[in-house]
Design a protein around this ligand. Sequence first.
Ligand code: F6R
Length: 364
Amino acid sequence: EKGNYRHFMQKEIFEQPTVVAQTLSSYIRQVSQSVTLPQMDFDLGGINRITIVACGTSYYAGMVAKYWIETFARIPVDIDVASEFRYRDPVLEPGGLSLFISQSGETADTLAALRHCKAEGQTIAVVVNVPTSTMAREADLLLPTYAGPEIGVASTKAFTCQLSVLAALAARLAVLRGRMDRDEEAQVVTHLVEAPARLNAALDHDDEIAQMAHLIAPARDVLYLGRGPDFPLALEGALKLKEISYIHAEGYASGEMKHGPIALIDEAVPVIVLAPSGPLFEKTVSNMQEVRARGGKVVLISDAEGIAEAGEGCIATIEMPRVHPLIAPIVYAVPVQLLAYHVACAKGTDVDQPRNLAKSVTVE
Ligand code: F6R
């Protein structure tokens, strides 16, 4: 039931601190400050290549995981949307792990890709939210998310729970490969344990984002920009907005703007920039300046430091807590979800049952 919330989507957005904590509790041992995975009967440390396959929001979680696994564990990762993967005759090397991410565990294209990889002799791991699902049953390694039932068609809490599991997986792979020592692992655990509190801090901006939504609701097109592991968040922000508010939105890697999409920029196109402060921040700021020089209206989502440095001249800013790169995408999911939600409310669309969409896509 919805309780005091207007929509399931809103309820599910606000459940995230609880369900992320619930999910992380089975992947973290607080006493030993270590990351742990369920039992498996294959050698995870011996995996030399990972192939990630998923659809929609789950695919964006996979894109974030690619950044994390390659950065922390130095294992090469391929990623595809399931509908493309199945038909392109992918090269699957012996000793590879295929990783499927799905809230429902039933998505037809993802399931077909899983069966293909299994037939090719790959080891199969799945991150799913429904432990009784077909994908869960057919996997060699089940990595459950504990988001609870997700009713809103637009995925929210399943996404942040997927990211939590994938962060733990990336850290565990890094440990097994000798790329992360005990101290670094303990630090990662500390940051992950703090994630629910940071999610709460992000949720505190709900009213402010509801006000801001009136600036976005009249737009015909909206762009989202991000770099590194926050690039998939830009894609996710755009997907959420188009799904429930029917506003055309696109996510781009910040640096890719000048290769085409900048032609779209004028006073009528809001640009949402996701940019935690850090080594890539300066580069994103110069991309923002390119947008502003063409009359574009920028909404900057960053931390206090980033906003102090680059907030001036933006039509709005949303201040996120300062976080470790391993949890930034988890925390930055909240403002993009809330923005899409409030814009949809401002437009009066059916938030929980958007037109043309189904919760589980069990046909090709
Ligand atoms: C987006 C959304 C869809 C799903 C996609 C995959 O809000 O809900 O894009 O993420 O259909 O579904 P699962 O994760 O169940 O395989």
